[in-house]
Design a protein around this ligand. Structure first.
Ligand code: CAA
Length: 387
């Protein structure tokens, strides 16, 4: 075991860091204030390979590994978590599922469009009445008599990138009696008849990542656009989230890194009672605890990324690895951002400094792609074998 990065991992980390520092960090506060979607930056990130890091070049991606993806996510999110949210949905929630369960035609059409940054992707699982209990969805898909297409009627909420997405991976029940075993995955083109967008959510943080409700009314989905087999949808949704949660853990590490770096600078510069505040033991304790939690979160996240790479060889499930990384890193990010605001005093509460944005952005990592409560349930169920 060693902690050295490969040449490719180092390269994607450098690429992401350079872009984050030169193109994202200078405009992050503006995008946060306006809530505008950073479309131009997302296109540029696609050109740099950041929208399909684990996608092979045969489908327009960078052809790198999960550790490379985590390293790049950390850099982008340290500059702006909202850019990272869009990046993670494209990479993890959209591309991963099609790469694993899709046909060659689906990969060529859908993965290529998203991995190159030409289009935006989204993942539609949550519904107004089903969030954590995802398998209780009400959306329905009915196979036509001639078997050529499904007619889908669906209402989905909290769809990240929904207002700008061209394609969606969407889950609907083809057999309501069968519960989670009756759910099927579909690839949806938002430019086709029957697709509608609803209200956009006004959010506390990650404000430049647009989120909305969507509705499908008698949407015709061709049989070739079904992802995987009928009834396989819930397992596809869950295995995609296993990998997605590693990306959210990386996002949390990026936010925590930014909050820590800002705190370190402030502790060195700010004077009170005639001394730098970093000389006071109470500030030193904060710095030490922030740094230790940050590095523990980073290690757990990188270990989960390594587990995903191993699982591509062994087929082992990485559910607990992803859940532990997301649980720990998101709670560490929230705690570190909280300490950062406190350490900055009044300036921490001001929009003139970025730490209040880190504090608001960190919160979502404890909620989306499964709340901390769900991650604890998943880990405990697997460990005990009890339900
Ligand atoms: N991989 C493969 N299969 C899995 C699986 C996994 N990780 N997890 C469960 N399954 C399978 C089970 O083996 C079971 O299969 P069988 O029927 O063959 O036995 C089936 O799926 C049902 O599993 P459970 O009985 O465990 O299902 P459950 O209803 O108890 O729910 C849950 C499990 C963990 C609570 C799940 O519903 C869950 O993760 N909920 C949270 C949902 C979530 O994360 N939503 C996020 C929305 S997306 C988002 O946030 C994106 C964004 O904005 C950026």
């Amino acid at each position: 075991m060693h902690f050295r990065l490969t040449e490719e991992q180092q390269m994607i980390q450098d690429t992401a860091r350079d872009f984050a520092r030169s193109e994202i960090a200078p405009v992050a506060a503006e995008f946060d204030a306006s809530g505008e979607f950073p479309l131009e930056n997302i296109r540029k990130m696609g050109e740099l390979g950041l929208m399909g890091i684990e996608v092979s070049d045969a489908y327009g991606g960078a052809g790198l590994d999960t550790i490379g993806y985590v390293l790049a996510m950390i850099e982008i999110c340290a500059a702006d978590a909202a850019h990272g949210t869009i990046m993670s949905v494209n990479n993890s929630l959209f591309c991963n599922g099609i790469l694993k369960y899709g046909s060659e035609e689906q990969k060529q059409k859908y993965v290529r469009a998203i991995a190159t940054g030409a289009e935006i992707g989204a993942y539609a699982l949550t519904e107004p009445q089903s969030g954590s209990d995802a398998s209780t969805m009400k959306s329905r898909a009915v196979l036509s008599e001639d078997g050529s297409h499904y007619v889908i009627n669906a209402r989905k909420s909290w769809i990240t990138s929904g207002p700008y997405a061209r394609y969606l991976v969407l889950f609907a029940s083809t057999d309501p009696e069968a519960g989670s075993r009756g759910i099927t995955a579909f690839l949806i083109d938002t430019e086709k008849e029957g697709f509608h967008r609803g209200k956009t959510e006004p959010k506390l943080g990650i404000r430049a990542s647009a989120t909305c409700e969507i509705e499908l009314t008698d949407y015709k989905c061709a049989i070739e656009d079904r992802l995987g087999e009928e009834g396989q949808g819930f397992k596809i949704a869950m295995s995609v989230l296993d990998a997605g949660r590693i990306g959210i853990a990386a996002q949390a590490v990026g936010i925590a890194q930014a909050a820590y770096d800002a705190s370190l600078s402030y502790a060195r510069e700010r004077k009170a009672f005639g001394r730098e505040i970093g000389t006071f033991q109470m500030i030193q304790a904060k710095i030490a605890d922030m740094k230790t939690r940050l590095e523990a979160a980073r290690l757990l996240t990188l270990r989960a990324a390594w587990a995903k790479m191993e699982s591509e060889r062994t087929g082992a499930r990485i559910t607990v690895d992803g859940s532990m990384a997301k649980l720990f890193a998101s709670e560490a990010a929230m705690w570190i951002a909280h300490q950062a605001v406190q350490l900055h005093g009044g300036m921490g509460y001001s929009k003139e400094m970025p730490v209040e944005r880190y504090f608001r952005d960190a919160k979502i990592t404890e909620i989306y792609e499964g709340t901390s409560e769900i991650q604890r349930m998943v880990i405990a169920r697997t460990e005990t074998g009890l339900r």
